[in-house]
Design a protein around this ligand. Structure first.
Ligand SMILES: N[C@@H](CCC(=O)N[C@@H](CS)C(=O)NCC(=O)O)C(=O)O
Length: 224
């Protein structure tokens, strides 16, 4: 059975879990990273020598780097659905997946850590506003792209939507100023109707570091 190694609240693990859930294949979560440890074991070194999460093991085959895992899962289990149909659409998906990791994820994750992962008494509104503005500037580019298409790689949901959809959930659920971005908002509303997105991405991630510690602890029940 496919194994996903990681923590269910971890930013780079969530897109992998969502992808697996969209394929409908059987899988199990092997808890690793953060308070779950495991990354320094000799076994894990054979799965991911970087000792980071996520990683997968599919039979004898091990893979790390979240975007590479998502592409592999779509190619093996999501042809005709998750994997975009033409070379051009696949290239567009690649483009936005890389853009997500390098351009959008950094300001959103910084805003995330400066808000819900920081003690309320220590939050700095100037720093939060700076990250929020940087994220909004990036999202204006995505909003323009979504003007004349329902999903990132065209008319249907594909892996192109997955990393971006995970970042979008964090963006919309932290205490920051957000400019109106109607096409981005409409796309997010579509994603929010997907059961796998609701189950694995739209999870309460807390509003304080204490909330998060409790959620992380409770997620120990999800591994096998
Ligand atoms: N580019 C990598 C980044 C992996 C990464 O930064 N993983 C973090 C968690 S999101 C990690 O392993 N941190 C150590 C830990 O959680 O214990 C990917 O997309 O897979």
């Amino acid at each position: 059975m496919l194994e996903v190694w990681g923590r269910p609240y971890s930013s780079n693990v969530i897109p992998v879990i969502w992808t697996v859930a969209e394929t409908g294949i059987e899988w199990r979560l092997k808890l690793a990273g953060g308070s779950f440890g495991q990354l320094d074991t000799p076994e894990y070194a054979t799965i991911n020598p970087n000792r980071m999460i996520p990683a997968i093991r599919d039979g004898d085959f091990a893979l790390w780097e979240s975007n590479a895992i998502i592409r592999y899962l779509a190619g093996r289990y999501g042809e005709g659905t998750l994997l975009p149909g033409t070379p051009q659409q696949r290239a567009i998906a690649d483009q936005w997946m890389e853009w997500c990791q390098t351009r959008l994820f950094p300001p959103v994750i910084h805003a995330f850590f400066a808000t819900v992962r920081t003690d309320p008494a220590k939050r700095d509104p100037t720093v939060i506003a700076k990250h929020a503005d940087e994220a909004a500037a990036m999202l204006a580019i995505l909003d323009a792209h979504l003007t004349d298409r329902a999903y990132v790689a065209g008319d249907s949901f594909t892996i192109a939507d997955i990393p971006l959809g995970c970042v979008a959930y964090r963006y919309f659920n932290i205490g920051i100023e957000r400019p109106a971005l109607p096409h981005f908002e409409a796309w997010y509303a579509h994603l929010s109707e997907r059961p796998a997105y609701q189950k694995h991405v739209m999870r309460f991630f807390g509003t304080t570091p204490e909330d998060w510690a409790a959620l992380e602890k409770a997620s120990a029940n999800e591994g096998s």
